[in-house]
Write a protein that binds this ligand. Structure first.
Ligand SMILES: Nc1ncnc2c1ncn2[C@@H]1O[C@H](COP(=O)(O)OP(=O)(O)OP(=O)(O)O)[C@@H](O)[C@H]1O
Ligand SMILES: [Mg+2]
Length: 365
């Protein structure tokens, strides 16, 4: 299925300081403004919980209002009115419902409400470990190429098995070549999906960056698949067998893939200013949203926490202009209403709902 356009209703119970919030009149763009500690990020977190069954900050228990046993979020999607519901309890239980019926896995939930988060942690995309960039890339492949998930699962299963064998035996066993072949096949397929997606992503990213930061002409994305370019994956695994046996794990493969983000041949994370880094992060996330809608996979919903931090007015306005022109569904936080009014395109303000957040309560003027 392709995801529907946007969240039209959101009910929150017991997420941090949000005891009971009912939002039945959401628009395409929703702005939550309020003082520090009022509950703005918790609203975005609740949407993340609804779409992914987990928070984007801290563990699940920290999310539940102190003194309560569980938290729940409920949402309806427009235009089809599919409902989603997620409940997490202190005991660790997770209950997920789609259209009123329980679903067993998070994977069955995540395709309904594809989410992109832009917050202070998003800098990890540039400054963090390759894992953050693999996760970014795989999010995109997952939402555009639905056969990807099956390969990803096959790959995870085979690398786990192979590493188990490598840890247990210092000498090759009969099982090892079997699992190595399975790993080679699934890893090769997984990597092909990533590469194909990356090829589509790069030109979109460049086009977006030429609007967001035209002076950064030397920006370059490079995909590293995780093993020697001159070999197929089976060949690379054969070459590293001795080291793998010695150290007890698989050294080469898609689990080591990375996206290098460079400017004029230098790492972007070591060269760009904080504001420039934030623009690159926005560019990367906007490119994925654009690609998704072009691939007719629906639109993704952007959760933007405190957009103005690190960005000057001109650049905040450019990010908002792009979000507005993509017709993306957006949930955005700021301290003062005027912070967003000053930067959001005026002609788009009619599709914008303003909410004031105060001590865990949300009101509309
Ligand atoms: N488990 C919890 N139970 C109850 N309250 C909590 C819990 N976790 C956090 N809080 C409180 O919830 C409130 C809302 O936090 P939140 O991060 O959403 O605020 P915010 O409006 O985003 O603030 P800021 O502008 O500082 O980013 C804070 O006052 C915080 O102390
Ligand atoms: Mg906050």
């Amino acid at each position: 299925m392709s995801s529907e356009a946007s969240l039209s209703r959101l009910h929150i119970n017991n997420v941090r300081n949000l005891h009971r919030v009912r939002l039945d009149q959401l628009k395409r763009v929703n702005v939550f403004h309020g003082a520090n500690g009022s509950g703005k990020t918790s609203i975005l977190e609740s949407i993340h919980l609804l779409g992914m069954a987990r928070s984007f900050r801290g563990g699940a228990k920290a999310l539940i209002t102190h003194g309560e046993q569980d938290c729940t979020v409920f949402g309806a999607l427009a235009p089809g009115n599919t409902t989603l519901g997620v409940q997490r309890s202190r005991s660790g239980d997770v209950k997920i419902k789609v259209a009123g019926a329980p679903v067993r896995t998070v994977a069955e939930l995540v395709e309904y409400l594809p989410l992109q988060v832009i917050n202070a942690d998003s800098f990890d995309l540039l400054t963090g470990s390759p894992g953050a960039r693999r996760q970014y890339l795989d999010w995109g492949v997952f939402h555009v190429e639905h056969r990807f998930f099956e390969q990803w699962q096959r790959f995870q299963r085979s690398i786990k098995q192979r590493n188990k064998l490598l840890r247990r035996d210092k000498m090759p066993t009969d099982d090892l070549p079997v699992w190595t072949r399975e790993l080679a096949r699934s890893g090769e397929a997984l990597s092909k999906y990533r590469e194909a997606y990356f090829k589509l992503l790069t030109p979109r990213f460049k086009a977006i960056m030429s609007q967001l930061a035209p002076s950064l002409t030397g920006l370059e994305l490079r995909f590293r698949r995780g093993w020697d370019k001159s070999l197929d994956f089976q060949g690379a695994l054969d070459n590293s067998l001795a080291v793998d046996l010695e150290q007890g794990y698989t050294h080469v493969g898609p689990q080591r893939a990375d996206v290098r983000i460079q400017i004029d041949g230098h790492l972007a994370s070591e060269t760009l200013s904080r504001g420039q880094q934030k623009l690159v992060v926005c560019g990367l996330k906007l490119a994925q949203g654009q690609l998704m809608s072009e691939a007719d996979r629906g639109r993704c919903t952007y959760l933007v926490d405190d957009l103005p931090s690190e960005l000057d007015g001109e650049h905040s306005a450019l990010v908002c202009k792009l979000l507005a022109s993509m017709k993306a569904s957006v949930f955005i936080t700021c301290v003062h209403q005027r912070d967003i009014e000053a930067v959001w395109p005026e002609q788009d303000l009619s599709e914008t709902a303003m909410f004031h957040v105060e001590h865990g309560s949300v009101s509309q003027p």
